[in-house]
Design a protein around this ligand. Structure first.
Ligand code: GLU
Length: 416
């Protein structure tokens, strides 16, 4: 997978929606570009005294509906094109959820497994200092993504606060609770994925309880989706992490895997009462619901025909290529797209930002109730758009997202 393929995937999705919306070609061009990108190369003194230079990015796709919002990813495959594509998807995601943001994304090309905690902190503080001219609580608000977590968000908040001379909690979301984080934010993306799965089951006239679910990825999104899915009565028959995949047709003990195996060096593969399988086999397992919650471009023209699930709920960003989308659509597999299914994270990030700006904090049940209500409203809107345009769920969601952003751009007018 390369970033060029990922931005191509995002642009093809946009072109498809633009055609159905009869979008003005100039406006289509505006929306297909990334408004602002910053590339930084910066040094970090490693624990052994050597100096290493890292490359990082912050891309802001569109600001028509508000400040830009999106995570910071630490991964060895991060590049400018992929970061731009992820920023574009954030724009549509925020618009589909109807929260007042444009999309952004940031990233550093680094394998965090090779860094000590001290090195990770120094890398974060230096990276944030390099991009501080374009982030801010009123302009662009980062959050966690692959390879980053609440602790990294705390360092970001502290770095910006030290530079301006006072505490700025609203500059980043996904922070630890004592620093102005929101209750429910850590679980929000996985929780939203399960709300989307329930809505999709209603759509397909089937019960969620008792369904066999496969989850690819056991990070923040996959693990919480698996836990909450199990709690709601689904049988999680397969899960995976970066080291491998495991399978048990009778169901895997997700609570146990979460608490006892997911943090270990050997990962889930250390759990023995199951079959060890490959990532390819995992995606093709016999199951009802597949939740890809790892990285982009996992469901492709090569395996889409072999996927057995009737319902795919995208926890990751961009896990399905456009070719695979066409195959699923022909086969009648319902795909709940990333920009709808995994919007729970940014929705609760929005709640966190609102709480920070107001210095007034909500209890967890309020967070979860409002999250559920926005997810359901968004799902319903996309379902209606699908029925109106007689199309698939991704295109239906893109139509809503692109239209909201296009309308905002036109209503504001093009400056000057
Ligand atoms: N990184 C997450 C995403 O891809 C969350 C972004 C945010 O909370 O701003 O949606």
């Amino acid at each position: 997978m390369s970033g060029t393929q990922v931005i191509e995937q995002a642009r093809t999705q946009l072109a498809h929606a633009a055609k159905l919306l009869n979008l003005d070609p100039g406006l289509h061009e505006v929306l297909s570009r990334i408004k602002r990108s910053v590339i930084v190369n910066f040094p970090v003194v490693m624990d052994d005294g050597s100096v290493k230079v890292f490359e990082g990015y912050r891309c802001q796709h569109n600001t028509s509906r508000g400040p830009t919002k999106g995570g910071i990813r630490y991964h060895q495959d991060v590049d400018l094109e992929e970061t731009g594509a992820l920023a574009m998807w954030m724009t549509w995601k925020c618009a589909v959820a109807d929260i007042p943001y444009g999309g952004a994304k940031g990233g550093v090309r680094v394998d965090t497994k090779k860094l000590s905690k001290r090195e990770l902190e120094k890398l974060t503080r230096r990276f944030v200092s390099e991009i501080n001219m374009i982030i801010g609580e009123r302009s662009d608000i980062p959050a966690p993504d692959i390879g980053t977590n609440p602790e990294v968000m705390a360092w970001i908040m502290d770095t910006i606060s030290m530079q301006v001379g006072y505490t700025v909690p609203g500059v980043v979301t996904g922070k630890p609770i004592p620093l102005g984080g929101s209750l429910g934010r850590v679980e929000a993306t996985g929780r939203g994925v399960i709300v989307a799965a329930h809505e999709a089951c209603k759509d397909l006239n089937m019960d969620f309880a008792g369904k066999r679910v496969v989850v690819q990825g056991f990070g923040n999104v996959g693990s919480i989706a698996a836990l909450l899915g199990e709690r709601d009565g689904a049988v999680i028959v397969g899960v995976s992490d970066a080291r491998g995949a495991i399978h048990n047709p009778k169901g895997l003990p997700i609570e146990k895997l979460f608490h006892e195996f997911s943090g270990r060096d050997g990962g889930l593969a250390e759990y023995k009462e199951c079959d060890q399988i490959s990532n390819e086999e995992l995606l093709e397992l016999d199951c009802d619901i597949l939740i890809p919650a790892a990285i982009a471009q996992q469901l492709t023209a090569q395996n889409a025909d072999k996927v057995k699930a009737k319902l795919i709920v995208e926890g990751a960003n961009g896990p399905t290529t456009n070719e695979a989308d066409n195959i699923f659509s022909d086969r009648g597999v319902l795909v709940v797209p990333d920009i709808l299914a995994n919007a729970g994270g940014v929705i609760v990030s929005y709640f966190e930002w609102v709480q920070d700006l107001q210095n007034f904090f909500w209890n967890e049940s309020r967070v979860n109730e409002e999250l559920e209500s926005i997810m359901k409203r968004a799902y319903d809107g996309v379902r209606q758009s699908r029925d109106t345009y007689k199309t698939d769920m991704r295109t239906a969601a893109m139509i809503i997202g692109v239209k909201r952003v296009a309308d905002a751009t036109l209503t504001r007018g093009i400056f000057p």
